[in-house]
Write a protein that binds this ligand. Sequence first.
Ligand code: NAD
Length: 315
Amino acid sequence: MASSKEKLITIVGSGLIGRSWAMVFLSRGYKVKIYDNQPGQASRAITEIRKQVEELQKAQMLRGELSASEQLSLLSSHDDLSQALEGAFFVQECVFEELEAKKKVFQAIESHVDEDVVLSSSTSCLMPSSVFSLVQNRTRCIISHPVNPPYYVRLVELVPHPETHPVVMDMAYELMTEVGQAPVRIKKEIDGFALNRVQYAIIAECWRLVKDGVISVKDIDLVMSEGLGMRYAFIGPIETMHLNAPEGLEDYLKRYREGMRRVLSSFGPVPEFDEETADKINKEICELIPNDHEHLSARRERRDQLLMGLAKLKK
Ligand code: NAD
């Protein structure tokens, strides 16, 4: 990859994810242009990014080698799409999670950029073949699905369109690695990619256990935060199996295969997430964390501090 100084990335959509992506790319010295279709929104995003980057510097938690002011000097906001795309080699789309909006945005982006510009979407749940259906040259399209907030959580799922050229996957992988993210390759498109399939399996079982009166909201969250989550921050479930039996994975299966199959076959159907259960669960979680702005913001801030500490520990 050429020197990052020559490189310019355009972010389309300047909400929560767009702002965090911008900070990730700036931290590695990329020039970043932000565009939003709400006039003034991109410039408000810059104000917000400036505040965050300066606070991170004060807290000695700023990513990368450049100072806050050096990073901010690489950033500009634009209310005009073609101006925002001028000179970009990579476009990271971060608009609302609405299929029609994304399809139209990519059609518009394609009309302003050269053939070799990589078009990347942040979509959480939409399939690449849908998101890029109005793009003419789909070999340069890819989904780079971050985890909120990407500045603190490094994983990025790279998901190809069926026509995506392997070189584009490799280039996105290299770029994400270079800017300090942790990319994974999803080899073919699948609903929910990998992260949300695993996350929804966990949510479904936690929901069912609370609904069936087996455990409280507080305690099921502790099962994750003080139990499974403690090691999952460092080692995944397959490595966990490998380490949890004296002779490794095959030994684990010899010991636990039957038990796993018995427990798994007792799982019920997909939960309805019905209103009655939602009310009960909401009441319990709000007793622990009231759902007003002050309490939620304080918890999010604490979450982000811990995530940053964890990221440092893992280096
Ligand atoms: P958001 O609502 O915070 O921001 C969306 C921004 O896009 C807004 O500023 C809006 O003005 C702008 N926008 C809307 N239509 C546009 C258009 N046509 N052209 C330019 N700008 C437009 O949303 P978000 O949470 O930042 O999510 C953005 C994307 O990232 C979504 O696809 C979402 O699924 C994905 N994502 C979100 C999360 C999360 O937890 N928030 C995590 C991973 C991925």
